[in-house]
Design a protein around this ligand. Structure first.
Ligand SMILES: C[S@@+](CC[C@H](N)C(=O)[O-])C[C@H]1O[C@@H](n2cnc3c(N)ncnc32)[C@H](O)[C@@H]1O
Length: 319
């Protein structure tokens, strides 16, 4: 078993000695899973609307299953209160099932897995669990390969790998672009992540999302919410964020090629997010020429979609 239980401020958390990171540091697994991911995705409202089509969640980094179980528990609680909530379909991506094994072995210490042992066991053994109004499927393997073949389309994405420093391959532009391709077309797809770094937010914008502040973590700091529809964001980043981004020493998406920076800078500048504020992006005082000229520019600005989207704005895990 590669993971260990560690108590932080009295709350049992899952610690990974290989990365030196704790899953859900700060508020602890259940509080973060509910506050940032389930509430951030607006899951109760999504499930509560009329319709027979399942609400699909991509749970990226199943880990010890706190986020997935919080979604599952949300659906179960709703079913006790309202007549016919929409079905829930959770698609969990993971390459290492030791987190689920730990959740089962340490269910009493962690508390949140209690009552869900059969679902966790079925996921381990069969890669699938079916409950009342809930389907839970495991995609086992490397996420960057799996996401390119994923047939489902997501309503919400819980994006919870280890940090960009410890788990850089998960935070690259190609990975986020692959997630963007799994969006719904007629309704918004929302992505939640604990990372609020300039590099992460720039990568989300460049991948095609609109980006805003996510729910405020209970222990302080920031998180990010991205959406395929601008009007879906309660607190979108403003052009002032872009001004601050330009002043950062390392504002680039993880693993991006320095020769692409000129094109990425131009694509961020032209992102339709800034048009929502009336005047577009603030002038780039430094100018694109401040960036290295070498290299072929990435095709400019796969911008966030327009049309219905363009309504006016109404771990020690390092972030
Ligand atoms: C911070 S933990 C996730 C915590 C989890 N969401 C929870 O609620 O307990 C990150 C997880 O991402 C998984 N992961 C990291 N890189 C991955 C990859 N390339 N493919 C699939 N899973 C990956 C790790 O194995 C780890 O379990």
């Amino acid at each position: 078993m590669s993971y260990e239980i560690r108590r932080q401020r009295g709350i049992a958390t899952v610690y990974d000695p290989r990365t030196g990171e704790t899953m859900h540091p700060g508020a602890g697994p259940w509080a973060e899973a509910n506050g940032l991911y389930v509430q951030g995705a607006g899951l109760p409202a999504l499930l509560g609307t009329c319709g027979a089509q399942a609400v699909v969640i991509f749970d990226v980094g199943l880990g010890a299953a706190a986020n997935a179980l919080a979604a599952l528990a949300c659906r179960q609680a709703l079913a006790r209160r309202v007549p016919a909530p929409r079905p829930l379909h959770i698609v969990s991506f993971e390459r290492d099932l030791d987190g689920v094994r730990l959740a089962l072995e340490q269910a009493a210490a962690l508390a949140y897995p209690l009552g869900h042992e059969a679902a966790l066991q079925a996921l381990l053994e069969a890669g699938r669990w079916q409950g009342e109004g809930i389907t839970w499927e495991l995609r086992l393997g490397d996420f960057s390969a799996l996401i390119d073949q994923e047939p489902q389309r997501a309503d919400a994405i819980f994006f919870d790998p280890f940090s960009p420093q410890a788990n850089p391959e998960m935070w690259t532009l190609p990975v986020l672009e692959a997630l963007y391709r799994c969006r719904r077309l007629r309704t918004p797809t929302r992505l939640l992540t604990y990372s609020a770094s300039y590099g992460t937010r720039a990568a989300l914008l460049l991948a095609g999302f609109f980006v805003g502040e996510g729910p405020q973590p209970a222990h302080g700091g920031h998180s990010s919410m991205a959406s395929t529809w601008f009007a879906d964001l309660p607190a979108p980043l403003t052009p002032a964020w872009l001004r601050r981004w330009r002043r950062q020493a390392q504002p680039w998406p993880v693993g991006s090629d320095p020769r692409q920076r000129r094109a990425m800078r131009a694509a961020l500048q032209e992102h339709s997010q800034w048009l929502q504020f009336g005047q577009g992006a603030p002038a780039d005082e430094e100018g694109a020429d401040a960036e290295p000229r070498a290299g072929r520019a990435r095709p400019a600005a796969r911008r966030g979609p327009r049309g219905r989207d363009s309504a006016p704005p109404g771990r020690r895990r390092r972030r």
